[in-house]
Design a binder for this molecule. Sequence first.
Ligand code: SF4
Length: 454
Amino acid sequence: MITEPKTIFKQDCEVAFDEEHWQKINYNTGCYEQKFAKGKANYRNLDLEKQRAYTLRNKSMLNLEKLLVDFETHFTENGGKVLWARNADDALTMIFDLICKERATAITRSNSSVLDEIELNGFLGRKNIHVVETEIGRFVLHTAKQKPYHPLVPSIHLSKEENNAILTENFKLKPDSSVKQMVNFVRHEVAIESKDAPICITGANFLLSDSGGVVLTENEGNILKSTTMAKVHIVVAGIAKVIPNLDDLGVLLPLLSLHSTGQMAFCNSITFGPAQQGNGPEQMYVILLDNNRSELLSHEKQRKVMSCIHCGACVSVCPVYKNIGGYSYGTKYIGPMGTVMTPLMEGMEDYNHLNSACSLCGKCVEVCPVKIPLDDLIIENRHLALTEKTGNAKYDSLLRAMIWHCKSRKKMDSPLFLKKLQLKRLLVPLWGNNRPLPEFAPKSFSQLWRERNL
Ligand code: SF4
């Protein structure tokens, strides 16, 4: 039986009433907010820099076609190869062809939203190719067969004890290991498993059009290590990742670092193609992925979301995310940015319920380093859902029923218990059992009018 995404969403959102979950997410996102508050002191005028980033990103979006072609020319001159993928299937076929060419049975990969977007792990699993997650949090999640909970901090929902339990259950690691012992253990395990992987697949934080550079930023050094060790490096990048040059990078990269983790990233690298000599991959491919991005660019207003640099800050501060967590969305991109992008990229019909997963508090807009007006775009999506007549039919009938009740003096004067019962019957199927229902005034307007002899 196929269940609609909106039904699954409503069921999964019940996690919002799990006190322990709430505390974990709020503690971990709280740590991010503290670090961010400290880190932003490195900027004399953060808002001005964000304004610059906004202008640069918008300029790149308007010039995307030329930037992409120039990137291809320069990356090819450097010895690499650019492949163009219309959708996820194209990208996966290209990756699999390269794996077959190398007769590889294992690959290493980085933490990357675009690799999750094309569902790389599931695809390779079905082809019996072993995937080695090189990022520590993702390694633990992969072991537990869980998906990432946050784009930048994939295991944000796991406590130290839960991490320890997963590793102890699956490997020879003693219970109650310290964080340092767990980190060392995972690094050792990744190093062993990576030996059989001649191919490394990563995303890209930015692509430099004028030089064919691929920019990668990280905190653990795992990407640099695995790409250096691999024979073949495959990069999958959405077409919106391209920027003109190092000057733009100088503005965008520090902003990305600060907004991702609240601090400057420890390890940033730019790779221009296969290694010319010494260590590094013999072959390098960049797969430029469209996957409905061109369609999104055709929306005059919502195309602004394409400027996103995937820092994840809007997710970390979003009160909806902090309550319903990362799995309830049931989408590849979560939080405010996913709420805007998913209905447009995957279909308003199936995902219009996400338009309501926002309190319009504006926290995401406040934090966004490239000043994307996410709240306006969510309102615009709501508008689009109405004009496309893909709104929530149940909600519409509820509103009609409420209007019908409120317009009738007789119904508004009915006994309190009856009004409560009617409201319960109308709202609980839509709101679930846990949300408190609005309270009626103990006396109706007519009653008060009579009592006061008005
Ligand atoms: S929308 Fe802005 S805050 Fe959210 S991930 Fe993208 S760049 Fe970061």
